[in-house]
Design a binder for this molecule. Structure first.
Ligand SMILES: Nc1ncnc2c1ncn2[C@@H]1O[C@H](COP(=O)(O)OP(=O)(O)O)[C@@H](O)[C@H]1O
Ligand SMILES: [Mg+2]
Length: 251
């Protein structure tokens, strides 16, 4: 049974201090509607997981949040401002930073220059300090800082993409399947770092197909199916829910 067959009221994240609040979001690709009216919220300081199968619409949702694709209906509120019509760079300036799906590091450039790129809109005063903080999170990037990014393994490139996003001093960090394609141990390491970033006070929206691992570290989670959010709850609630187990956890 698919979760969408259950008509349950959709709770929002319990904490009323929403940093991000999305209402009635509909998104089209030409004639095809990909998101059919999405409502959700991310409370300040929380790690919120958005899980769902391939093709559910997770990347589309992130693209609309970062402003590279425009919704056809609905509103996006961020930190008390309606950002529904803001250009992508204005959203970055407000603190919405994304590490894109598929990493997209600049292969010929050095690891450290890739990290610096993330700080293009910042004053350089504390730049070196921020780079050092990234190296504390990802010591392997420090070891390899002078090598070209193209020589890094997939997991290291994912770390680099996150380190670069952190240079923008995100208030909200959007992560699109950071564990995709990684061996289990590396995937677990990446998600441990995501957990640590939350502990440092960064609000995070984590998109994952790896529902079990994402919900295990999430304060709150949403399950997406074919362009709709079909279930919401705390990480433990969703992990213990019989139908989430059946549909997404292989139990
Ligand atoms: N550029 C695009 N043009 C047309 N359809 C698209 C495009 N990108 C995604 N889609 C469709 O939108 C739906 C959601 O895709 P996507 O957001 O990538 O899902 P997910 O990230 O959950 O795998 C899918 O049916 C996909 O085929
Ligand atoms: Mg995707």
């Amino acid at each position: 049974m698919r979760l969408a067959e259950q008509a349950a009221p959709m709770p929002l994240a319990p904490d009323a201090r929403a940093l991000l609040e999305v209402k009635g979001l509909k998104v089209r690709y030409g004639p095809i509607e990909a998101l059919h009216g999405i409502d959700f919220a991310v409370a300040k300081g929380q790690l919120v997981a958005l899980v769902g199968a391939n093709g559910a619409g997770k990347t589309t949702l992130l693209r609309v949040l970062s402003g590279v694709h425009r919704q056809s209906e609905g509103t996006i509120g961020f930190d008390g401002t309606d950002i529904s019509r803001l250009a992508p760079h204005r959203r970055v300036a407000l603190g919405i930073c994304q590490a894109p799906e598929g990493r997209q590091v600049f292969g010929p450039m050095s690891v450290e220059d890739n990290i610096r790129l993330g700080a293009y809109r910042r004053q350089s005063a504390d730049l070196n300090e921020r780079i050092d903080q990234a190296y504390v999170l990802f010591p392997v990037l420090k070891e390899k800082r002078k090598l070209s990014a193209g020589t890094l393994s997939g997991g290291q490139q994912q770390m680099l993409a996150i380190a670069r996003a952190l240079m923008g001093e995100p208030k909200l960090l959007l992560l699109d399947e950071p564990s995709l394609g990684l061996a289990p141990l590396l995937a677990a390491e990446i998600l441990r770092v995501v957990d640590r970033l939350r502990q440092q006070g960064i609000t995070i929206l984590l998109v994952e197909q790896n529902a079990r691992a994402a919900l295990a570290i999430a304060d709150f989670g949403y399950v997406m199916e074919t362009g709709r959010i079909v279930k919401a709850g705390t990480g433990p609630e969703l992990l213990q829910s019989e139908d989430v187990k059946r549909a997404y956890l292989g139990m």
